[in-house]
Design a protein around this ligand. Structure first.
Ligand code: G4P
Length: 301
């Protein structure tokens, strides 16, 4: 199936982003920890050039903990400060203040040398749709919602949330666009629910998703649905039939309702009921096939 799409509002988002980024010192880049490659904007290095940077692996609660650690060390090696967070519960959000200070140390030093003291760092949260930018802003800003700006004669139209005397956050996140040209990216975004399900065929998507789960997390299928991947020969259709049987998804005349089983699988994956899963590893980047199904994963217990 072709997962390619380009929502029209992305052109406007791009313009807004380019305008707002001029006002800030620090970019807080939010990624979905389940697909850190696919949820990353391809132009971010150019867009954020010269700015301090922090990467958040958000929805870390839904992602594989071992993979979270691998991705964190990948970004650290790239010289980017990184933090796993669950913006929904607030886990990991507190440590971000320290990270921001560290990321902006150079800027603060530079200001000091020029005699500028106590100028707050201005930050903006950015990311592609649905990665949790607004949830993060709410969690990070918490009750500190004393808005600055938007007063007559002061920065018109922009609202800044003053988090403390050293940090102000733009209250609306910068919306970025994904790597539209990469088929695998479209597919992974569809899996996590970032592409409107109305424009894709859920049954077909479920089979593609199943293919990746069979390869990366075969045990999860056994644990949740009692379907032994080895026994079923690893073919996604066979496994989906197994899921339909175990969940008693029958249509008219006792035929299996694979559509219902497909919907169930996708829901279970997205909500984390199937277990914590990450579909891309940093090693895939090196091989030039991010998210590619790794054969050697099949032999893992
Ligand atoms: P956006 O601004 O980047 O577009 O994303 P937004 O904050 O609207 O979040 C998108 C969805 O992701 C929301 O779910 C939100 O609750 C969920 N979410 C955000 N951060 C986390 C996280 O760290 N962990 C988990 N598990 N979920 C997270 P929703 O289904 O749209 O709404 P709701 O069901 O939570 O009300």
């Amino acid at each position: 199936m072709n997962y390619q799409w380009y929502p029209g509002h992305m052109t406007k988002a791009r313009r807004m982003m380019e305008e707002n980024i001029k006002l800030i010192d620090l970019v807080i880049e939010v990624l979905d920890a389940r697909i850190p490659y696919s949820s990353r904007n391809p132009d971010i290095d150019v867009l954020a050039k010269g700015k301090a940077r922090v990467v958040l692996l958000n929805k870390a609660d839904l992602a594989d903990p071992a993979r979270n650690r691998q991705w964190a060390s990948y970004f650290q090696k790239e010289g980017i400060l990184v933090q796993e967070v669950n913006s929904k519960s607030g886990a990991g959000v507190k440590s971000i203040q320290g990270l921001v200070q560290e990321a902006c140390r150079e800027k603060i030093e530079r200001d000091r040398r020029r005699g500028i003291l106590n100028r707050p760092v201005r930050a903006m949260v950015v990311g592609i749709p649905n990665v949790g930018k607004s949830t993060f802003i709410n969690s990070f800003a918490g009750k500190a919602c004393a808005k600055t700006g938007n007063k007559p004669g002061v920065t018109k139209g922009k609202q800044w949330i003053r988090l403390n005397k050293g940090l102000e956050l733009l209250d609306t996140p910068g919306i970025l666009w994904p790597k539209f040209e990469d088929q695998m990216v479209g597919k992974h975004l569809a899996f996590i629910g970032s592409i409107n399900d109305d424009i894709i065929l859920v049954d077909e998507m479920a089979l593609d998703l199943l293919g990746e789960i069979i390869s990366r997390y075969p045990k999860a299928l056994e644990e949740r649905y009692g379907v032994d991947v080895r026994e079923k020969g690893r073919a996604p259709v066979g496994i989906l039939e197994g899921i339909a049987e175990s969940r008693k998804c029958y249509g008219k005349g006792e035929t299996l309702d694979l559509g219902r089983a497909a919907g169930m699988l996708v829901d279970d994956f997205r909500s984390g009921r199937l277990g914590r899963m990450t579909l891309e590893g940093p090693e895939d980047l090196q091989e030039g096939k991010p998210g590619g199904v790794l054969e050697e994963d099949l032999s893992k217990p």
